[in-house]
Design a protein around this ligand. Structure first.
Ligand code: GAR
Length: 205
């Protein structure tokens, strides 16, 4: 079995990244984490990746000012350098342009801390509490041009309790995230979950 080469893109603490790294250490897991890439040099997850012996890279978006495409070309260069086949966004807090998304069409996964299509965007836990929903959760989906949309690979719900605060609810959802992201990546790496219309070939080099 050749393992798919995966890059995990982060901006912060990287707990989902750790869950993916740990899953990928399994002998039968169909993907290897070949690169952890951050847009922030101070992301705590970078040290955690290095400790796990994973190659890391930083493409600092500040260096590119308003030129989002130049930032993404630099990102794309790193991904090619490491011969990446699949990208997992894991708390990567930059919106990607359609140039990048088209280039990696069907090869980018994202985890979102809500049951999409509910609560797209930020502050999902606070908004779930404000809305009074009884179920909340997390979703892994393929990335398309529209933010927090795109075909769902896996999602799982958790109950919302009367006593919940934003923090307790976030912690319950995060546990689910750490479970479903490795499982969703497995499905995609094994070709059991597919993006309809995905090109079969690797991105042009
Ligand atoms: C996670 O809860 C993830 O779902 C969320 O950021 C957190 C990152 O935590 N992502 C988004 O909100 C994307 N819009 P982590 O760095 O510990 O994985």
């Amino acid at each position: 079995m050749t393992k798919k080469r995966v890059a995990v893109l982060i901006s912060g603490r990287g707990s989902n990244m750790v869950a993916l790294i740990e899953a990928a250490q399994g002998k039968d897991y169909p993907a290897e984490i070949a690169l952890v890439l951050s847009n922030r040099p101070d992301a705590a997850g970078l040290a955690r990746a290095r400790d796990a012996g994973i190659a890391t890279a930083v493409v600092d978006h500040y260096r590119f000012g308003d030129d989002r495409e130049a930032f993404e070309r630099a990102l794309d260069d790193e991904l090619r350098k490491y011969r990446i086949e699949l990208i997992c966004l894991a708390g990567f807090m930059r919106l990607l342009t359609s140039w990048f998304i088209r280039r990696w069409r069907g090869r980018i996964l994202n985890i979102h801390p809500a049951l999409l299509p509910q609560f797209k965007g930020l502050h999902t836990h606070r908004r779930a509490l404000d809305a009074g929903v009884k179920q909340h959760g997390a979703t892994v989906h393929f990335v398309v041009e529209e933010t927090d949309a795109g075909p769902i690979v896996l999602q799982q719900s958790v109950p919302v309790l009367e006593s919940d605060t934003e923090e307790t609810l976030a912690a319950r959802v995060l546990e689910i995230e750490h479970r479903i992201y490795p499982e969703a990546l497995r499905l995609v790496a094994e070709g059991r979950a597919k993006f309809a219309g995905a090109r079969d070939e690797a991105p042009a080099r």
